[in-house]
Design a protein around this ligand. Structure first.
Ligand SMILES: [Zn+2]
Length: 279
């Protein structure tokens, strides 16, 4: 939790960034991606001890509000990106949430809600790609959107990391433990080659900091410079094709919290450089 306030403080001092309070998603928007029964359970707090344990934190009214705003910030970023080119949620990336259950610190799936909401509220024919570069597979996102051909799910993750039972994204690239910059960036380029055939109109990018070598849970060995090159690769892809990108911070569990905040902050700084080039 601490990383979010530190990141916010650093971003608030950046020139050229406008910080906006995260709006909450409505019940209707949550239902674009979630079961009514699950929403009712979360709203009422009638979730079992085991379900709370799978989510990873206890139920409270605050937890519900935080989850609504975490998803709402990704949707707000997406709508801002339509005119700004690039916009970010300083949290979000809750990709382990399934249609009918939460998991791994994720209650509502912000990426799935946002993709569906853009189609419902902006244009029904928008083709959306979810580029998930958090080190953990976007299992909830893949599951929620598995039969949706208008939304392409790409996940590049550690093959031997949580979740141990993977779901099927439109494209999954599982990396071995200890993977270094060159192989990582190669995998990303391969992913983009395949994404090209889908021709997205919009990208939702999960810029997880947990592939970084300083991460406690990541098991990969990507340098800080490699993380910057990864972000550049994604932003350049969008810039070249004038595809708006909304991005979220997703995971990051540095042995030292500072290294995680540094990686997230680097993503914002990199985005800012690219944002100025979007027309
Ligand atoms: Zn993660």
């Amino acid at each position: 939790m601490e990383k979010y306030s530190q990141l916010r403080d650093r971003v608030s001092n950046l020139n050229g960034v406008q910080l906006v309070e995260a709006p909450a998603v409505t019940d209707t928007q949550i239902l674009y991606a979630h079961d009514p029964g699950y929403l009712i359970k979360i709203l009422s707090g009638e979730i079992s001890a085991q379900e709370q344990q799978e989510i990873g934190f206890p139920w409270s009214k605050k937890m519900v509000e935080r989850s609504r705003r975490s998803a709402g910030a990704t949707l707000a970023a997406a709508k801002a990106a339509l005119s700004e080119g690039l916009a970010a949620n300083l949290a979000g990336g809750t990709h382990h949430a399934y249609r009918d259950r939460g998991s791994g610190f994720c209650v509502f799936n912000d990426s799935a809600i946002t993709a569906k909401a853009l189609q419902k509220e902006i244009h029904p024919k928008l083709k959306i790609a979810i580029v998930d570069l958090d080190v953990h597979q976007g299992n909830g996102t893949a599951s929620i959107l598995q039969n949706d051909e208008s939304i392409f799910t790409l996940s590049i993750h550690g093959e031997n990391n949580f979740p141990f039972t993977k779901e099927q994204s439109d494209l999954d690239i599982g990396l071995p433990n200890g993977c270094k910059d060159a192989d990582y960036l190669n995998a990303l380029n391969q992913g983009f080659d395949i994404l090209n055939t889908f021709k997205p109109d919009f990208i939702i990018y999960l810029a997880g900091a947990d592939p970084h070598e300083g991460d406690r849970l990541g098991k990969l060995s990507i340098s800080k410079d490699g993380m910057r090159q990864r972000d550049e690769c994604v932003f350049q892809y969008g810039l070249d094709r004038q595809i708006p990108i909304a991005f979220s911070m997703a995971g990051g569990y540095g042995r030292e919290i500072q290294s995680t905040v540094d990686i997230h902050f680097q993503t914002i700084q990199t985005a800012l450089r690219y944002q100025q080039q979007f027309s």
